[in-house]
Design a protein around this ligand. Structure first.
Ligand code: PCA
Length: 182
């Protein structure tokens, strides 16, 4: 069985993205599940293409996506991806979408089928506080989450506050995977 685990490159002029540090701390396998790691560009057009190629190349059983969020104290498990792109700041190529629908023929929102409330409880009780979130925003993270849920279904997006020590989300992800997902 295979897991595709994605992170993002830095964006907004920063020189790092916590998700890359978390990715580097995670093992290449858990139990008998192999983990394939891919770093996505912060680019509305290219990120979904890179994700699609990774899914086609690797045929994962599970897709776990990591994104950095600027605020908040806790790791957030995203319930929905929304069929819209909107931003006041450009992506890494300077593209600024204005309430753009991603796919005209697809639903307004897609929901992860993974048991996120159970995951929230398990992590909070056993590792660190984790919370379910109902919006991943309308920036690039939401864009690729929509693509993942459309293409693959067994996908979850995890938003990580940028100032958290990377070892904390890395430990939480390992525990969550070992005990609940693989
Ligand atoms: N966070 C941004 C995009 C890349 C990342 O790590 C977001 O929340 O959309």
């Amino acid at each position: 069985m295979r897991i595709l685990l994605t992170a993002f490159e830095p964006f907004g002029g920063a020189d790092s993205n916590i998700t890359q540090s978390v990715l580097s701390l995670l093992p290449d396998s858990i139990a008998d599940w192999a983990i394939e790691k891919v770093c996505l560009p912060v680019n509305f057009k290219r990120a979904p293409i890179v994700l699609r190629e990774a899914i086609a190349a690797y045929s994962p059983d599970l897709v776990i996506m990591l994104g950095q969020c600027p605020t908040g104290e806790n790791i957030r498990l995203e319930r929905f991806a929304i069929n819209m792109m909107d931003s006041t700041k450009g992506d890494n190529d300077g593209y600024i979408p204005n309430e753009e629908t991603i796919y005209d023929d697809q639903p307004l929102a897609l929901q992860t089928p993974l048991p996120i409330k159970e995951l929230e409880r398990f992590c909070t009780d056993n590792v660190q506080p984790v919370q379910v979130s109902n919006s991943a925003g309308l920036y690039v993270c939401n864009r690729v989450y929509y693509e993942a849920l459309l293409l693959h279904k067994q996908a979850i997006f995890v938003h990580i506050p940028k100032d958290m020590p990377a070892s904390m989300p890395a430990n939480t992800l390992v525990m969550m995977l070992k005990e609940k997902l693989v």
